[in-house]
Design a protein around this ligand. Structure first.
Ligand SMILES: Nc1ncnc2c1ncn2[C@@H]1O[C@H](COP(=O)(O)OP(=O)(O)O)[C@@H](O)[C@H]1O
Ligand SMILES: CC(=O)N[C@@H](CCC(=O)OP(=O)(O)O)C(=O)O
Length: 297
């Protein structure tokens, strides 16, 4: 962890040498109206597999989540880990394919996805948040029947969609000051595991919880047009257009679909931003500039 305020800048060597302290104070002061706006709000943050690709990015993300909790936001982390599942499948010599951005999952694949996501990836995020001074609790869609799954479609096997939610485990944890970290692997009523895309789970939970924001952290600056220019502001109708005309492809399709569902379900806005750059969450929530692409009703 970084030096604490006790060990930092209190020594006579650092004091009054430059204007850094005044600039930090100015930044903090300018953040006040944003901190007031978001205090008490539930914000669902989806942390994608690419966005967590280095220990440094994981540690910076964890600090941002702890900062949100510290200023009174109720953050709920939903994580992916597609590349991490992919590398385990290839180590096990299991072939994998995607249809419209979703992994076609037979029983063996969903078993590996559960081991990787609800095991290694979930605990790595919990550990990072705890090391940053928060109190994270790792769960999956299965736990406390948070998400009931059903098959997405014929031929996609155990690739699932959420059909029901019971968010009491999340509100119980956030009421008590804990930070929930949710793996998207869920189960049907007979206990069979389903692999659900993490963006879809984030959108479903954001709507069910009445979250004010859902933030999807990914490996691009935001949603791009056909000439690769960043689109900063999109309505639901714009988003449907990007899917229909093929501008959005692959993994961007479940993100945009879930964003449209979330805003239709009452979430004020969805933001898709670059998780490869540290502190995008803070720029988006606590500054005028914002980051990435904002999707609203
Ligand atoms: N119009 C678009 N704008 C931005 N990214 C797009 C677009 N269409 C497709 N993509 C792809 O979507 C990817 C993000 O989805 P995905 O790989 O599933 O991310 P994550 O692992 O973070 O969930 C980008 O890396 C990009 O290749
Ligand atoms: C059905 C489906 O596609 N599930 C995803 C779950 C992980 C995920 O969504 O990870 P990212 O957010 O890192 O892409 C998968 O198996 O890759």
């Amino acid at each position: 962890m970084d030096a604490s305020p006790d060990t930092m800048s209190d020594s006579s060597t650092n004091r009054r040498k430059n204007e850094g302290g005044w600039m930090s104070a100015e930044t903090l002061s300018r953040a006040l109206p944003f901190i007031q706006r978001h205090a008490g709000a539930t914000i669902v943050v989806k942390f994608g597999g690419h966005a967590m690709s280095t220990p440094e990015l994981m540690a910076e993300f964890a600090k941002d989540i702890v900062l949100l909790a510290q200023v009174g936001v109720r953050p709920i982390v939903v994580h992916g880990g597609g590349p991490q599942i992919g590398s385990m499948l290839s180590r096990l010599d299991i072939k994998t394919e995607f249809k419209d951005g979703l992994r076609v999952s037979d029983m063996e694949t969903v078993g590996v996805a559960e081991m990787v996501l609800s095991g290694a990836v979930n605990k790595a995020i919990v550990s990072a948040v705890n090391c940053a001074g928060g109190r994270a609790v790792g769960i999956s869609g299965r736990d406390a029947r948070l998400i009931t799954a059903a098959p997405k479609a014929e031929g996609l096997g155990f690739t699932g969609v959420p059909v029901a939610t019971d968010t009491r485990v999340l509100t119980t944890l956030t009421d008590a000051g804990f930070i929930p970290v949710v793996s998207p692997i869920s189960a049907d009523t007979s206990g069979d595991g389903y692999n659900i895309n993490a963006d879809t789970v984030a959108g479903t939970l954001a709507a069910a919880l009445g979250a004010t924001r859902m933030i999807l952290m990914t490996d691009v600056e935001g949603v791009m047009d056909k000439s690769k220019r960043l689109l900063t502001d999109l309505s639901r109708t714009d988003v449907q257009g990007l899917i229909d005309d093929g501008t959005a492809q692959g993994g961007m399709i479940p993100k945009l679909t879930t964003a449209m569902d979330a805003v239709a379900g009452g979430v004020e806005a969805v933001v898709i931003l670059d998780g490869r750059r540290a502190h995008g969450l803070i720029v988006e929530l606590f500054t005028d500039e914002g980051a990435g692409t904002l999707i609203h009703a």
